[in-house]
Structures are given as C-alpha cells and as structure tokens.
Design a protein around this ligand. Sequence first.
Ligand SMILES: [Zn+2]
Ligand SMILES: [Zn+2]
Length: 238
Amino acid sequence: MKYELETIPVWDGVKSGSECFLCDLMTQAEEHAVSFYLGSSVMNPETRVKVNEQGFCRAHFAKLVAAGKPQALALICDTYLARSRKLLAGPMEAIVSAKPGRKLDGAVRSFSSALESRERGCLVCDQMQGRLDRYCFTTAYLWGQDDDFRHALAESKGVCLPHLDALLVMSAQALDASHRADFCKALIDLTNRNLDRIAADVLWMTQKYKSENIDKPWNGCEDAHKRAVFKMVGQDRN
Ligand SMILES: [Zn+2]
Ligand SMILES: [Zn+2]
C-alpha cells in the first residue's frame, strides 16, 4: 500500500451529504495540525527544530494567533524569530554597507530572495497535504475494491473542482490503468450531475430576484450562490 488507508473518515465523508467531503476533512486536518503545533509538541526538541527551519505560511501563522494559546505561540516565536534574524542579518548588513546604485540594488534583491525563501513552506500545509493524499488514495482504492462504496460515492454530492483534480491525479497511484479510466469517468459524470444541480439552483436564485417571481418559493435555493462558490474553488477555511 503506497499510503495508509483512512477508510472510516472517507466512508463517513461520502455519506455526509456535503458538497465536498474532502473540504470537510481538510478543515478537520487543519484544526488538528494547528492544535498539534500549539500543544505539547511545542516542547519537543525535534518539532522545535522543524518549526524554526520551516515555520508556517501567512494564513497558518494567523490561525496559530487566532487559536488563543499565547504561551505556546510565544515559545514558537522566541526561537523562530531568532532564526529568521540570523538568516536575514547578512542581507540586512549588505544593504547598510552597499554603495548607492547597482550595489544597493543587488543587496535589496538578496534581501528579497532571503525573505522569500524564509517564507516558503509551511508545516501545517504539509501535514494537510499528507492527509489529503491519504484521503484521495483511500477514495480511489475503496472505489476499486468495494461495490457499496462505489454506489455511495455515485449517490453523494461529489467534491469541489480542486478536489476532483486531486482525486483524478491520485487515482494513478491507487488503481490499475483500466480501473483508473473507469474511476475517472465516474468522477466526471458525478461532477457534471452535481454541477447541473448547482447551475439550476443558481439560475433559479437569479430568477427569484425578479419582481414577477417574488411570491414564488425559493425551492431551497437561498444559499445557491454559496454552494456554487464552494463547488468551484473549495471551502474557505478562513
Ligand atoms: Zn473540496
Ligand atoms: Zn500553511
């Protein structure tokens, strides 16, 4: 097995009735990763080294702040900031001592690239990607093994377009060539059926705002605009 199977969360997700069960699982994965880095791991020397070297993206530093664990985040910042200052000290010094003109341009460019490489990568994003890989692998694997799962997926609301892409790509690792082709076709069919549903709901929403339709029922389309965005780009976790 190339990836550890995550049978229970994937089965629960497929049966949940969500517009994208992988988005829901990613929301959970993000919460777990944020609480992991603010939990007892903050005292673990190996984790501290990883945090100091790699750190977090802007969105996940914001999540760490919002999580309300000031002591844990202060410990992270204490050493992460020290490491950042050490990495940026050379480029900063070069700016101060550069002659006006091309030397200064070069020194500023060095600072920009040092900062860019410092901000690259994120431990929370990495942990989430690891989980997404396992969930996508499990979905394709179960589809190949289990008729009940195949039916449950076909009757679900499917996934958002970015997670459709993730499933199509990962299926190469979980299924042989002919099963993969069938899986990909089934996913496209599932997605098109659900996009037809969303498109009809959005269309009715636009019609409902016309004065002649004011007394007609919403038919459950009050939130069609939100579901359409969710389906197109995935769930916003901020
Ligand atoms: Zn999604
Ligand atoms: Zn991140």
